[in-house]
Design a protein around this ligand. Structure first.
Ligand code: FES
Length: 80
């Protein structure tokens, strides 16, 4: 199943990248380009990561309760 339409990345590609050592969302973005265009696939990519056990075992992100609202965070970008 295609997870990222913009970059044509399937769940199989994501699982393969994880099996080959991608240990965080940032690494998947770097290797596969997921969530770098429209960003609508981020939640689905993170779901595949969670199903693959990456979040619980390697990146430290805890599974959140989907019924609870997510607090908004604003990040400031600084020019290089
Ligand atoms: S669907 Fe993944 S960046 Fe647009």
């Amino acid at each position: 199943m295609i997870v990222c339409v913009c970059k044509s990345v399937s769940d199989r590609k994501i699982r393969t990248a994880i099996a080959n050592g991608a240990a965080s969302f940032d690494e998947l973005q770097f290797e596969l380009g997921v969530a770098l265009c429209c960003g609508k696939c981020e939640e689905s990519v993170r779901d595949v990561m969670a199903q693959s056990g990456v979040c619980a075992s390697r990146c430290g992100v805890e599974q959140r309760d989907l019924a609870q609202p997510v607090p908004l965070m604003f990040c400031e970008r600084k020019a290089a």
